[in-house]
Design a protein around this ligand. Structure first.
Ligand SMILES: Cc1cc2nc3c(=O)[nH]c(=O)nc-3n(C[C@H](O)[C@H](O)[C@H](O)COP(=O)(O)O)c2cc1C
Ligand SMILES: C=C(O[C@@H]1CC(C(=O)O)=C[C@@H](OP(=O)(O)O)[C@H]1O)C(=O)O
Length: 387
């Protein structure tokens, strides 16, 4: 399967096309919109999230609630567009105030300067409009569709925030449904109430100072069979593919699986997960420090992916930059901005990892209809069981 997105942050809409999605999957529209709603929440966001009420329309590939196998086309309208129609108009218009919102002082940490130089754009708005994380709205809608395929096979997705600035919590290990229920209620998506209060205070303090905060988020996927991905070719290793997808999220700078970077300090005996067997479970691991992968293939244990998000680069107390017209030193341009988008980005992480797992699932059990996939899946499980 593959997908593409298009659209600008202050343009009329975001568009997505999913290709290769199987037929006869029931699409729960509310679930897709639920994911979009979750992405809009989370403490630390700016005013834009009050303007938007993200809702996906499916305009192709689904009839009477079921996929047909045709490309799935998705649209999410930008409510903010109405405030930008003249600036963002696609056709040239007479008396346009296009230059009114011109960006000529690139923000350190954003795509402005590199994009301006590369695409030879003297209005850096032509770069920021597309580099904006507004694009993740469509990626979450796409993930919302992928989750419906995972659901058919009992695969569950959850997430939790591990760190915001200096405040870190120990990851909570609890049944996945409980984790989902608790983190859903928390404005910063943590289980621990003390840590929640400290994180909120840290975000408020950064905002007060015209500054921003990043953090660490974790995503967990449960119910994945052994053997998604492959060791035989570099670009078929599923942990590698997930890492690429995670680093493609705006402002994500690091990724690890299981105990991740911690493994560098420990001896092998404290890192590897011993193999066990019993009649009921078949092969399983005594621990899951590997985070669900060995040899680029799933082990059948939970997939545990952790990612680092850098602090937002638009600072209200702006950093030094250079005016691209005069080449003189200036403070960077200030666009309306979030203080901390870590809790919101956790939802993006979940949906992006969900897509990669669904894609690997399709590669392994691939079929044109969900019935064909189920036959392949069940026959594979029998093979694994009788191994
Ligand atoms: C959910 C989310 C919200 C974001 N909000 C902002 C924002 O309000 N202001 C900003 O400057 N960057 C924001 N970013 C980050 C920028 O989009 C990102 O830093 C920029 O596109 C450059 O890409 P890079 O950081 O991956 O190099 C956000 C990222 C995410 C994931
Ligand atoms: C619009 C979203 O996030 C935006 C991401 C973003 C950036 O530079 O990445 C900058 C801000 O854009 P605006 O100036 O329009 O408020 C955020 O609000 C969204 O997440 O839906």
């Amino acid at each position: 399967m593959r997908y593409l997105t298009a659209g600008e942050t202050h343009g009329p809409q975001l568009t997505g096309i999913i290709e290769g999605f199987p037929s006869n999957v029931t699409i729960d529209f509310e679930e897709v919109n639920f994911q979009l709603g979750r992405r809009q929440k989370g403490y630390g966001r700016g005013r834009r999230m009050q303007i938007e009420k993200d809702t996906a329309q499916i305009v192709g590939g689904v009839r009477h609630g079921k996929t047909t196998g045709a490309p799935i086309a998705l649209v999410v309208e930008n409510n903010d567009w109405k405030h930008w129609t003249s600036v963002m108009n696609i056709e040239p218009i007479e008396g346009s105030d296009e230059s009114k919102r011109r960006v000529n002082r690139p923000r350190p940490g954003h795509a402005d300067l590199n994009g301006g130089l590369k695409y030879n754009q003297k209005d850096l708005r032509n770069i920021l409009e597309r580099s904006s994380a507004r694009e993740t709205t469509m990626r979450v809608a796409v993930g919302g569709v992928a989750r419906q395929l995972l659901k058919e096979f009992g695969i569950k997705v959850a997430g939790q925030v591990i760190r915001i600035g200096e405040v870190e919590v120990k990851r909570t290990e609890m049944p996945i449904d409980e984790l989902i229920a608790i983190t859903e209620e928390s404005p910063v998506r943590v289980v621990d109430k003390d840590a929640e209060a400290q994180m909120i205070a840290a975000i408020d303090a950064a905002k007060e100072d015209g500054d921003t905060l990043g953090g660490i988020i974790e995503c967990i996927i449960e119910g994945v069979p052994v053997g998604l991905g492959s060791h035989v070719q570099w670009d078929r290793k599923l942990d590698g593919r997930i890492a690429q997808a995670v680093l493609s999220i705006q402002a994500f700078k690091g990724v690890e699986f299981g105990i991740g970077f911690e493994a560098a300090r420990l001896r092998g005996s404290k890192v590897h997960d011993e193999i066990k067997y019993n009649e009921e479970q078949g092969f399983y691991r005594a621990s899951n420090r590997a985070g669900g992968f060995e040899g680029g293939m799933t082990t059948g244990e939970q997939i545990v992916v952790r990612a680092v998000m850098k602090p937002i680069s638009t600072l209200y107390k702006a950093l030094q930059s250079v005016d691209i017209d005069t080449k003189e030193a200036f403070t960077a341009q200030v666009e309306r901005s979030d203080t901390c988008a870590v809790p919101a980005a956790g939802v993006i992480l979940e949906n992006i990892v969900a897509w990669e797992v669904a894609n690997a699932f399709m590669e392994k059990f691939g079929g044109d209809s969900v019935e064909e996939i189920r036959r392949n899946y069940e026959s594979y499980l029998k093979q694994v069981e009788s191994y």
